[in-house]
Ligand binder design. Sequence first.
Ligand SMILES: Cc1cc2nc3c(=O)[nH]c(=O)nc-3n(C[C@H](O)[C@H](O)[C@H](O)COP(=O)(O)OP(=O)(O)OC[C@H]3O[C@@H](n4cnc5c(N)ncnc54)[C@H](O)[C@@H]3O)c2cc1C
Length: 466
Amino acid sequence: MPKQSPAAANKEIALLRSARNDIKKRVFVQTLMSKAMKKRHADQPTGISRRAFLKAGALFTAVGVFDVLSVFKKKALVSATSIKQTPKKPEVVVIGAGAFGGWTALHLLRKGARVTLVDAWGPGNSRASSGGDTRVIRAIYGPDQIYVKMVARSVQLWRENEKRWNQKLYTRTGALWMLQENDEFVRTSLPFLREYALKFDELSPMKARKRFPQINFEGVKWVFFEEEAGYIPARHACKVVLDVFVAEGGKYLQLSAKPDVIKHGTLHDIALSDGSTLGADHFVFACGSWLGKIFPNEIGDLIEPTRQSVYYFGTPPGDHRFVDENLPIWIDFGERILYGIPGDGRRGFKIADDTRGDPIDPTSDERKPSHEGFEIARKYLEFRFPALKGAPLLEARACVYENTPDHHFIIDRHPRARNLWLVGGGSGHGFKHGPALGEMVAEAVVAETPPNPFFSLTRFFLHEQN
Ligand SMILES: Cc1cc2nc3c(=O)[nH]c(=O)nc-3n(C[C@H](O)[C@H](O)[C@H](O)COP(=O)(O)OP(=O)(O)OC[C@H]3O[C@@H](n4cnc5c(N)ncnc54)[C@H](O)[C@@H]3O)c2cc1C
């Protein structure tokens, strides 16, 4: 255990003492304080033991107290449990270099772990869910505050890293929400947006018509404009994250991986497609729509891959009504949820339908876009954006959603191996959360804390029992 100076021990105790004033946290903090003081009195200037701290950390997480003791968490957690201070840096293997795995690997590396990232076809490849040209970032998430918080954190991390990498990835266009039947999904999110200082506006349909004359607002009863929203060039961003990961000291292998046998509650190795094996202290499988096949008993059909078609239409030459500066991302909440990214990096006017498509095998099925989906997109385009009537289809592609039954992510330990994390279930909305999710997973792996119950596997089995 690393030695701590008396001054540092006193500082830690002062920190705990100030945190103790909060009644809710008193019991936890009291326990920690008495341990820290006992140690000081016993003339062992080591502060709180890593074990005691992790135990308390686990307790915090278990009772769902995530935001407690922000000072305590930020300073004491880092000083007491930082893996940089442990004699041996933990070795972690992350499998899957999509939005989830790539960011997890980068955060782990920055927390001091030795990390190997493995991907069968490479970051943002065409089979992967992260393999599209663009992905929307928006914070309106109905009643699910946790996602709003994660979006706020992800936006912050995109911005910080853009500066660090000297590259622009995030295009802020705002998002225009058009609601036809009821406005509940948006309204329930607004208090959370306020809480995380994410600006929005409600527009009357009349005002909206004036501001966006290129849209036919017929049938739209409520309009909201979310200012911080925008989009990320998805496949490119995955490659950037990998390049940075390697530049910062991570190791990358383009190979297929599968878990070896779990023994005594631990996974020791994975088997790689070149015939070798790779051992580590911790493993994170972030394999998108493949996760169910790799873990048939634990995940299986809890992740259902579906074919999702995206269409790009050509706008008239020199027409500026459909570029990022003049038209934001839009989301149309009607019988179906259709959405689009007008400029989409000059690929064309992108339209996609959030309705779940047919099941698909992400490895072997052909990626033919749906013809029925094309007819829906064309009809919709002509109705909502009349100037694009007859616009030619420039491109179309079929991508894969990795759906969980409740469309929430899975971030959990394998039920039989404490050092094996299963991360996925982006369910058509995961990309934007990559930076924050990676941070959460890396923290959990390093601190060996239990997962957030919202994302745990047990939620499905509890449902089954009820
Ligand atoms: C059409 C479409 C539109 C979307 N729009 C949005 C949007 O606007 N906003 C948003 O936030 N989200 C959106 N999403 C969802 C989002 O893209 C996904 O949720 C997210 O990218 C999932 O990332 P992931 O890392 O979990 O999975 P993936 O990107 O699929 O990555 C998994 C990786 O694991 C690798 N892999 C799999 N098996 C193995 C193995 N055995 N060994 C080694 N490597 C393996 C794969 O090669 C792959 O690179 C959309 C998805 C689609 C399909």
